[in-house]
Design a protein around this ligand. Structure first.
Ligand SMILES: NC(=O)c1ccc[n+]([C@@H]2O[C@H](COP(=O)([O-])OP(=O)(O)OC[C@H]3O[C@@H](n4cnc5c(N)ncnc54)[C@H](O)[C@@H]3O)[C@@H](O)[C@H]2O)c1
Length: 420
């Protein structure tokens, strides 16, 4: 069940439906393409994820969604202009049937949106109850064994973690009852409802939603997996893959400036400073844990890191990102690296949605609950226990080792760090 039926969700759903019909390939999806080595030495073999662990098949999936706008998945996919008509029309009927349920929404959290497909709830408690009812009804009507809820809705304004509300489940529930609309975002109502209904919850935007001790506690209590936050698609994927080049060769860094232009609805919402701040916090965290001044003060003390997103309608979903990296080498001599990524936002995000959904569902069946660190590979700002000073792993290749080892372990093989 997708929260938000915009560009990312419709690109994901359309792609799965087209793949099922043999009319498209799920390129970029690790669960559909990647192979992992299991065993060592002469016993080693390379297997697809589905050959190691019992992943749900694409044929077994049904899709539901909530959105602030009433457009069905077909209308929304056409409007998003990510996919060409030839890639939408063959599954038109399936898409027409996916009509969004009314959203749990509060305009205070995304003032640029003004749709009317919104629940009429007087309190946050009512929102939670209405969402629980939606999940139960969807599950029954579609005869589903299991549900996964993924947030692919707009980025909400930044909600700083407040110990008195987010610090424990008891405090959170008290605030729910007191209808604290300033500190309980609608996204938190979705997550709370999903976990109580026995569904894992994934946060694809940078919202703090499940990245708070109250939700960690609820996930433990309900024995449900949670994952987040923020899909690692374009610029941050490049950053978390490129920064290790600098770090591994012990080159220095003076500054890293990242900017990009995009013109989809996501860009419109992020044009609002309060919403952009949520994204900025998420994007900035990547570099700081890969190139650390504590470990290499000569190389990484005081580098300047800036991230900018600019709303530019003509580009639609086709984001263009520029990175200017000021590095220095032998005896401190400066050099520059420029990266210009002409990407497609939703084309990069769709396979991540599929992988996150299948792997979170798998984790739940394997009895894993709480924050799923092995999914950090897919996320820009991986959740970690900041209360205990845990440092998140942002290094793309270390994240890949974590992913592979979790799959090996869930498949009954030994985790290892051999070079493949
Ligand atoms: N595409 C990427 O590369 C990428 C990467 C990282 C994160 N994200 C995040 O994924 C999210 C989705 O991106 P998109 O391009 O599909 O955006 P979009 O604007 O096309 O779709 C988001 C949809 O969510 C709906 N929505 C907003 N609040 C809602 C609520 N409370 N309940 C239900 N629906 C709600 C909006 O009406 C909209 O239709 C954004 O938060 C974006 O920041 C995208």
């Amino acid at each position: 069940m997708c929260v938000g039926l915009g560009a990312v969700s419709t690109t994901f759903i359309t792609g799965v439906l087209m793949t099922r019909k043999g009319l498209a390939k799920p390129v970029g999806s690790m669960t559909q393409y990647d192979k992992i080595r299991v065993g060592r030495g002469k016993d080693k073999k390379y297997l697809h994820y589905g050959e190691i662990v019992p992943l749900a098949s694409l044929d077994d999936m049904v899709f539901g969604a909530w959105d602030v706008y009433p457009a069905n998945a077909y209308e929304s996919a056409v409007e998003a202009e990510v996919l060409k008509a030839k890639d939408i029309e063959p599954v038109r009927d399936e898409l027409l049937a996916i009509r969004p349920m009314k959203a749990a929404f509060d305009r205070k959290y995304a003032s640029r949106l003004d749709g009317d497909n919104v629940k009429d709830c007087a309190t946050r408690r009512e929102m939670v109850e209405a969402l629980r009812e939606d999940i139960r009804r969807f599950k029954k009507e579609n005869d589903c064994d299991r549900i996964v809820v993924i947030w692919a809705a707009s980025t909400e304004i930044y909600v700083p973690v407040d110990e008195t509300v987010h610090g424990s489940l008891a405090a959170f529930e008290k605030a729910l009852d007191a209808n604290d609309t300033d500190r309980i975002a609608p996204s938190m109502c979705y997550a709370y409802a999903a976990l109580l209904e026995g569904a894992p919850f994934i946060m694809g935007a940078p919202n703090t939603t499940v990245d708070i001790p109250a939700m960690w506690e609820l996930a433990e209590k309900t024995k449900m997996p949670i994952a987040g936050k923020d899909f690692k698609t374009g610029q941050t994927l490049v950053k978390s893959g490129f920064a290790p080049i600098i770090g591994t060769r012990c080159l220095g860094l003076n500054g890293w400036f990242s900017t990009n232009i995009l013109g989809n609805r996501d860009g419109l919402v992020l044009d609002e400073p309060a919403n952009f701040h949520t994204k900025e916090v998420s994007k900035l965290s990547t570099l700081e844990s890969i190139l650390t001044p504590e470990e290499q003060p000569d190389l990484y003390a005081d580098y300047y890191h800036k991230v900018r997103i600019n709303y530019y309608p003509p580009r639609g979903d086709n984001k263009e990102g520029w990175d200017n990296i000021d590095i220095f080498g032998w005896m401190g001599y400066p050099m520059q690296i420029k990266i210009n990524f002409l990407c497609r936002d939703s084309i990069l995000a769709a396979p991540l949605v599929l992988d996150l959904v299948l792997l979170t569902d798998l984790a739940a069946r394997k009895g894993r609950f709480g924050t799923q660190r092995f999914l950090s590979f897919f996320l820009k700002s991986p959740m970690h226990n900041y209360e205990e000073g845990e440092i998140p792993v942002n290094h793309l290749f270390k994240q890949y080792v974590m992913l592979k080892n979790a799959i090996r372990e869930m498949g009954g093989y030994e985790a290892d760090e051999e070079i493949d």
